[in-house]
Design a protein around this ligand. Structure first.
Ligand code: 26V
Length: 823
């Protein structure tokens, strides 16, 4: 098929310049002499998007004709990152755009910086969703992403005296050129009220929902371009509105605030992303968000995406809804309600279909992170859904009783409804019972799900459980963010690696090529220089491109153990200031941190304050001669990662074994030639197996060892008592070395480590210090280090999200890529 020439922009420099000036003129209403940077950015974004538009239309038309089995990825978060560069890359117009803008005296980089990234996610889970839709489009899988268009994304982090202060993320403020609102396709979503039973025309007793209130969901479509394959998929995010924007009667009576009350109330639903990413607060608004986007998405798919005459008994041949964690799990009773209540199906028929169209991905192992909704709240907000959940549970438990007679304890353990501390719906259990498949996100994680968290269920449904190891998109996290390395790789092995990352293996022999290593090392240094410049401009942080760059970037969580990293930094500081280690023997090192703490997570915020306090002390102590530096730029996000990751020498992946489900930052670093210091946790296990023990710094307890220590009754103070190095490091904090002598500020951190230490920081301390000493030795041999770095790149191709998506297609979705509409 070919594209209609009228809708395809000219792919020449002159054609681009003309289009760009037209957009500036007709779209922004300014001319070049008066255009602000934002004007130019918006005009550029629209010009670039023209280059994807006909492919998008073609993809949609094609999808309507073919009706192939599709994937709907349901996720409360899509952490997209900036769109401009990705669109330029996918449309392959980088060259003409750069040249065209230069001819107008505009620097493309300045316009890139003008884009506010859509931060519609917290961290790993949301970024994974963004990588997956990129791979789905690139692999030409018919698919759609469904989520929420938060008006405010993840908060902007600032530091005041080293303490985290949150600011609202106003990403929509200056215009949002990548979205297409469709108010005419709005969907009504009901809440509250009650249920009643009635007798239908066939004399059957049925239940129905009499809702108490409702809101409107307006879809906003985003392009999801495949990498130069002629396909553009759709991400559809929902925004909440009131049914009536304001009440004219009330307004006329003079009560202006009351007149818009409904509007304000409804719009709150999609107002802001919840910044908590591990302990569910059980907040009503969050459940409203979840049901809101799920109800919109199911209605949209059944009523608008499917053809009008579609036979819904065939739904499993046409769609699979992938549930990204438990956040969209309310979709299960919602589909039952749509089929049974709205379409008059029998319970059995509806259940047969429902069981085949959902699959569930679990992203955690922390018990406190598993979502439960109190029966009280759920019954108030979604009374009919609660009834449906009860019935699913009753029928499931009846089967369990049959399979295990006289094992009432097991029945109670497996109930979707928890009884203590209050009656509550366990969303992971509901997803497991109803889902066709359940997967973890790395081998170890999936094993622990089967053996521990969902053990009773894996015994009962042995074939349901599977693994799909996470991956990251090589387009954004290598090709786009590391252009120099990408050039070197392409020169060596051709450009096929961008969509077939396993081909990085072909680089392996080059690890032994001195000239290749020299160029590789030169590129790493160039990337560090880029970072040095960025941090100077962005944060006024001064670091050197000649120091080892040691990076720990991820959400702040006790289980991720930023404290362990900090105790290492303090230990080095102590070795120098105590005179044990002459400063000229210290390897120059920059410790870079990036981490946001959930606003209500006190301990995490304390740790942020402490990292900054240690940083202040170390960075200003002349005794260290600037050889050790701490750099903690505020507001770590996708955009910052894109400069930070390619510059890193050492990747810190130091969670307590058995706690990090997978990690995906670990993959980005390895793919960009950083060596990992890490525990046997999450996908680290698989990274180490692939790159080889000689090119990975392993330390720490294994998961079974952790379990034994915890079972035996872990006592952190014994480690403190037995280890003078550890004692000195902790004493520095306790004695106020980093707080101007104040011993109270960081007392909670110290006493938590000494008396509780849930994540065994003290137990792993010595092993970590020893591993860091091995790092120092290895780094002293720069050429040997570079060789390992090259091998890390060459052997990490497995961690492409393209591979993850192929695994989902084979093991879970049983769907296939289709031929792209055209190339
Ligand atoms: C969980 C919750 C719990 C309820 C309250 C709100 C909320 C919001 C987000 C989340 C997600 C946290 C789970 C998460 O991000 N898991 C991470 O998923 C990554 C992708 O699979 C994985 O690499 C990380 O190891 C895992 O921590």
């Amino acid at each position: 098929e070919s594209l209609d020439p009228i809708t395809v922009p000219d792919r020449t420099v002159e054609g681009f310049v003309q289009e760009f000036l037209r957009e500036l003129h007709f779209g922004q209403g300014v001319d070049m002499s008066r255009a602000s940077t934002n004007d130019k950015y918006l005009a550029l974004a629209r010009t670039v998007r023209h280059h994807l538009m006909s492919r998008w239309m073609q993809t949609l038309r094609h999808q309507g004709q073919v009706q192939a089995k599709s994937v709907a990825y349901l996720s409360a978060e899509f952490l997209l990152g900036r769109q401009l560069d990705n669109a330029l890359l996918a449309a392959d117009i980088d060259g003409i755009v750069t040249e065209g803008l230069t001819s107008l005296g505009i620097d493309l980089d300045d316009l890139r910086q003008a884009e506010q990234e859509p931060g519609l996610g917290n961290g790993g889970l949301g970024r994974l969703a963004a990588c997956f839709i990129d791979s789905l489009a690139t692999l030409s899988v018919p698919s759609i992403g469904y989520g929420i268009r938060y008006e405010y994304g993840i908060f902007r982090q600032t530091f005041v005296d080293g303490w985290q202060v949150e600011q609202p993320d106003t990403w929509l403020e200056l215009g949002s050129p990548w979205e297409f609102p469709h108010p005419e396709a709005a969907v009504k979503v009901n809440f509250g009220g009650s249920t009643e039973t009635y007798i239908d025309d066939d004399g059957n007793a049925r239940s129905r929902w009499l809702p108490g209130w409702s809101v409107i969901g307006v879809p906003y479509n985003y392009m999801v371009p495949g990498y130069r394959n002629g396909r553009v998929n759709t991400l559809r995010l929902w925004s909440a509105r009131a049914e009536k924007s304001f009440d004219l009667q009330i307004f006329n009576s003079g009560d202006y605030a009351d007149a818009v009350r409904a509007q304000t109330f409804a719009e709150n639903i999609s107002k802001v992303l919840y910044p908590e990413d591990s302990t569910p607060q059980g907040k009503e608004l969050r459940l409203q968000q979840q049901y809101f986007f799920v109800a919109c998405s199911l209605a949209d798919f059944l009523d608008n995406v499917l053809p009008g005459d579609f036979d819904l008994t065939k739904l499993p041949d046409r769609i699979v809804f992938q549930l990204n964690d438990t956040h969209p799990v309310i979709a299960i009773p919602e589909l039952m309600r749509l089929l049974v209540d709205d379409r008059g199906w029998s319970w059995e028929d509806a259940w047969a279909v429902t069981q085949q169209v959902f699959a569930y991905t679990c992203h955690t192992l922390l018990p406190e992170a598993l979502e439960v909704w109190s029966v009280d709240l759920l019954g108030r907000l979604l009374p009919r859904h609660l009834e449906i959940i009860y019935r699913i549970n009753d029928e499931f438990l009846a089967q369990v009783r049959k399979a295990y007679p006289d094992d009432e304890l097991r029945v109670r353990r497996m109930s979707i409804i928890a009884e203590f501390p209050e009656r509550a719906v366990r969303m992971a259990f509901l997803a497991t019972v109803a889902g066709a498949k359940v997967n973890g996100v790395a081998e170890l994680h999936s094993q622990l799900l089967r053996d521990k968290v969902l053990n009773d269920f894996s015994a009962y449904f042995p074939d349901k459980f599977t693994n799909v190891t996470n991956g990251v998109t090589p387009r954004r996290f290598v090709r786009m963010s590391n252009p120099a390395l990408s050039g070197l790789i392409t020169e060596a092995i051709g450009e096929g690696w961008v969509t077939d990352l396993g081909r990085l293996r072909e680089l392996e022999p080059l690890a032994d090529d001195a000239e290749f290593r020299r160029r590789f090392a030169e590129i790493k240094r160039g990337n560090k220089t880029r970072l040095v410049d960025l941090l100077a401009a962005r944060d006024g942080i001064e670091i050197s491109p000649d120091a080892m760059l040691d990076v720990m970037v991820k959400r702040l969580h006790e289980y991720k153990r930023q404290m362990l990293k900090l105790l290492h930094v303090i230990t080095l500081y102590d070795r120098v200031t105590s005179g044990e280690l002459p400063i000229d023997q210290v390897t120059p090192r920059t410790f870079a941190f990036g981490a946001k703490a959930a606003p209500g997570y006190k301990m995490a915020k304390q740790i942020i304050g402490l990292i900054n306090a240690v940083g202040r002390t170390i960075n200003t102590d002349p005794a260290l001669e600037r050889r050790l530096r701490v750099a903690f730029p505020a507001n770590y996000n996708v955009t910052l990662a894109e400069t930070l990751v390619p510059a890193a020498d050492l990747s810190e992946q130091i969670s307590l074994a058995g706690k990090e489900a997978s990690g995906t930052g670990n993959m980005k670093f390895a793919l960009n030639g950083a060596l990992t210091i890490g525990t046997d946790d999450g996908a680290n296990v698989e990274i180490r197996q692939l790159v080889g023990d000689d090119h990975f710094f392993l330390f720490g307890l294994t998961e079974p060892e952790v379990a034994d220590i915890v079972d035996a009754g872990y006592r952190p103070s014994t480690y403190y008592a037995a280890n003078p190095t550890l004692r000195r490091a902790l004493d520095h904090i306790a004695h106020g070395t980093f707080s101007g002598g104040d011993q109270r500020v960081f007392e909670p951190v110290v006493s938590n480590l000494l008396h509780e230490d849930r994540f065994l920081v003290l137990a792993d301390f010595q092993s970590y210090i020893d591993a860091q000493d091995r790092v120092e030795k290895a780094y002293a041999d720069q050429d040997g280090w570079t060789r390992s770095a090259v091998l890390n790149v060459a052997r990490s191709g497995f961690f492409s999200s393209d591979r993850s998506i192929k695994d989902y297609l084979d093991r879970i979705w049983h769907a296939e890529p289709v031929a792209p509409p055209f190339v």
